[in-house]
Write a protein that binds this ligand. Structure first.
Ligand code: ADP
Ligand code: MG
Length: 259
């Protein structure tokens, strides 16, 4: 059975895509069968996996509209052993087009059910909003991974996200839970990072992952080469942190109930 995780935070630029792409590559390196689902019309995860978003014959858009299957639309990432259900700007139209569909919030869940036996882990990269696309991610998932920058406004907005997750849990998807908060772009030299990090630990206790992803320029450079950071420079601090995070996540998955 595939474990399905959605990487979400309604803020932009907080490291969702970097986390999804590097976690996918790191888990693949740990012998997991991984599918990355790009649910953001910006297609950054698609490009970051080395797939040209301008040349897609099929994408997550056709899957959500029921025009094709994940089997047909997914591609192998050219430089790392995992699969990608890619996305591009066409997906922006899905929001409106899905309005006429029944059960439009569970389109992705239904599509993933068909390929459940083919993967160990499915990772869904979300757009920076709490839109119908993100709702499809929440409805499909077992858990939410929340990447956070430890800065002054980080905690603001977190309660909106947690409330949305609670509503989805109550109305659509009883198996959904917050798997954990991941501190990213962490700057050890900044007192503020340490302070916010402590606040996070106070509020969320063991929901905060032990692994911390440092600010590391190699992670930021990798996408321009169409490579996950963990493949681009495996020895960099950022890459090593994502591999450590993949191990920690697998540990957490093992302690989850089967549902
Ligand atoms: P989101 O998907 O939430 O919008 P991204 O993953 O695209 O965020 O990250 C935003 C920007 O920050 C990108 O330019 C990315 O390369 C950079 N970035 C992300 N994580 C790190 C990190 N740990 N160190 C340095 N730069 C990072
Ligand atoms: Mg993104």
């Amino acid at each position: 059975m595939a474990r399905i995780f959605v990487v979400a935070n309604q803020k932009g630029g907080v490291g969702k895509t970097t986390t999804t792409v590097n976690l996918a590559a790191a888990l693949a390196g740990l012998a997991q069968r991984v599918l990355l689902v790009d649910l953001d019309p910006q297609g950054n995860a698609t490009m970051g996996c080395g797939i040209d978003k301008r040349k897609l014959e099929q994408s997550v858009y056709q899957v959500l509209l029921g025009l094709t299957s994940i089997d047909q639309a997914a591609q192998r990432s050219p430089h790392a052993p995992f699969s990608v259900l890619p996305s591009n700007r066409e997906l922006a139209g899905a929001e409106v087009e899905l309005v006429d569909f029944e059960a439009r919030e569970t389109r992705l869940r239904e599509a993933l059910a068909v390929v459940d036996a083919d993967y160990d882990v499915v990772l869904i990269d979300c757009p920076p909003s709490l839109s119908m696309l993100t709702l499809n991610g929440f409805c499909a998932a077992h858990g939410v991974i929340i990447p956070m920058q430890c800065e002054y406004y980080a905690l603001e907005g977190l309660s909106d996200l947690v409330n949305t997750i609670k509503k989805v849990h109550a109305n659509f998807n009883p198996r959904l839970k917050v798997i954990g908060l991941l501190r990213v772009m962490f700057d050890t030299r900044m007192t503020l990072s340490q302070q916010v990090s402590e606040q996070l630990a106070q509020h969320f206790g063991d929901k905060v992952f032990n692994t911390v992803i440092p600010r590391n320029v190699r992670l930021a450079e990798a996408p321009s080469y169409g490579l996950p950071g963990v493949v681009f420079d495996a020895q960099s601090k950022g890459a090593r942190a994502y591999v450590e995070f993949a191990r920690e996540l697998l540990e957490r998955i093992r302690s989850l109930p089967d549902d």
